[in-house]
Design a protein. Structure first.
Length: 128
């Protein structure tokens, strides 16, 4: 089955340790990885870059695919393909979501979903 959504595990390497991006979920107070629906005519890669920019105001470039996460939401099956992304700068965002950059240990403490924790661990293993 093709992915319905795409998102990114964005890594920022401008300090002593790599830092990873999390955003607050739209309808809940959970910390999540930025992701969103793949629009018609858009590749998953394009959707991932766009969604990271829209949700977090962060520009990034794709390094490698990380894996797929599936769950059933209110509108049915959601299949999200996540990419490891390298932080390249800031970009305007209308969503104004709360965001945090944290070390791997910090973001693993904040994220409650095992699948997202696994993606973060894979990102750390792959590096960039």
């Amino acid at each position: 089955m093709k992915p319905t959504h795409a998102g990114g595990v964005v890594v920022r390497r401008d300090g002593e340790q790599p830092r990873y991006l999390l955003v607050r979920a739209k309808r809940e107070s959970w910390w999540v990885l930025p992701k969103g629906h793949i629009e018609k005519g858009e590749t998953p890669e394009q959707a991932a870059v766009r969604e990271v920019a829209e949700e977090a105001g962060v520009a990034g470039e794709i390094v490698a695919p990380l894996g797929t996460v599936e769950f059933t939401g209110p509108k049915g099956l959601v299949r999200t393909l996540y990419y490891l992304m390298r932080y390249t700068g800031e970009t305007p965002s209308d969503e104004r979501r709360e965001l945090v950059w944290g070390t791997l240990a910090d973001v693993l403490r904040r994220v409650q979903w095992p699948d997202l924790k696994e993606l973060l661990r894979r990102a750390a293993e792959k590096g960039d």
